[in-house]
Write a protein that binds this ligand. Structure first.
Ligand SMILES: [Zn+2]
Length: 262
């Protein structure tokens, strides 16, 4: 897809959102004009409380992880609509719930550094943007409005990798370790945040500079945790680059049907 086509598709998607009483992306029933989702789905999303989740078996180096719900039903529909169908109107409501997951994963007063799990360049092109960066920025905006100091640091890079849908836990772990890397200078960026400046994400409008006091909690964020392989690999490559990850926060956790790795 060319850049012009990509921009055109995004514009059409936005216009469609504005102009048509499209079905709610969570339940496929009618929604209010211009609302990103219907009242019932809004209420269901808002009511989902963050809770600790742990894949079984947990991979080595997986930090404590929180999710706001299981990966099914309305939550699953909304994540996929945002991720794969370009429903950019869902970034704010889902980002707010990601903020709740982050706050539960790293409670207290310490500043927060959110490191989004990266999309491959190909996936980002196909999805017309990296949805985890958008969700992280929306989460940071929410955390800041609640008085928490927070910033997004895009500290990870993903090389092209095979679709992990059919892979077992061990193969997912190997694929994640082989393709994830820390961006150069990530430790310096995080260290500078702790001592100098807190730079607002672009989505917050103007850049706000204010001092951050204290060592931040570093939280890896992703949309869905299944085996935990991606988050564990992210923690490993960040640790090798000098960044300690304190916790992980996701929107949804896949419920495993079997204890046997499948
Ligand atoms: Zn709905």
């Amino acid at each position: 897809m060319t850049l012009r086509q990509s921009v055109g598709m995004r514009l059409l998607s936005t216009l469609a959102d504005l102009a048509l009483p499209a079905p709610c992306p969570g339940c496929w029933r009618t929604r209010e004009w211009r609302a990103p989702l219907c009242g019932d789905c809004t209420a269901e999303l808002a009511a989902a409380a963050p809770r600790p989740v742990r894949p079984d078996p947990p991979p080595r180096d997986l930090p404590p992880c929180h999710a706001i719900g299981a990966y099914h039903g309305v939550l699953r529909e909304l994540i996929n609509a945002c991720k794969e169908r370009g429903r950019h109107g869902l970034v704010t409501p889902l980002g707010e719930r990601l903020a709740a997951s982050v706050a539960a994963a790293a409670p207290g007063e310490r500043p927060l550094v959110l490191v989004p799990a990266p999309a491959t360049a190909r996936a980002a092109r196909r999805r017309r943007g990296d949805h985890m960066v958008s969700l992280s920025r929306a989460a940071v905006a929410r955390l800041r409005s609640a008085g928490r100091r927070a910033a997004v640091v895009r500290g990870l890079h993903s090389a092209p990798r095979p679709d992990s849908a059919g892979l077992g836990a061990a193969d997912r772990a190997a694929a994640a370790r082989a393709t994830l890397s820390a961006r150069s200078g990530v430790a310096r960026v995080v260290a500078d945040l702790t001592t100098m400046w807190d730079v607002a994400p672009k989505s917050a409008g103007r850049a706000v500079k204010s001092p951050i006091f204290g060592t931040p909690s570093v939280v890896v964020v992703d949309d869905v945790v299944t085996t935990g392989a991606t988050i564990a690999a992210a923690c490993q490559v960040l640790a090798q680059a000098g960044v300690h990850v304190d916790a992980a926060a996701v929107l949804a956790a896949t419920q495993r049907r079997s204890r046997r790795p499948a």
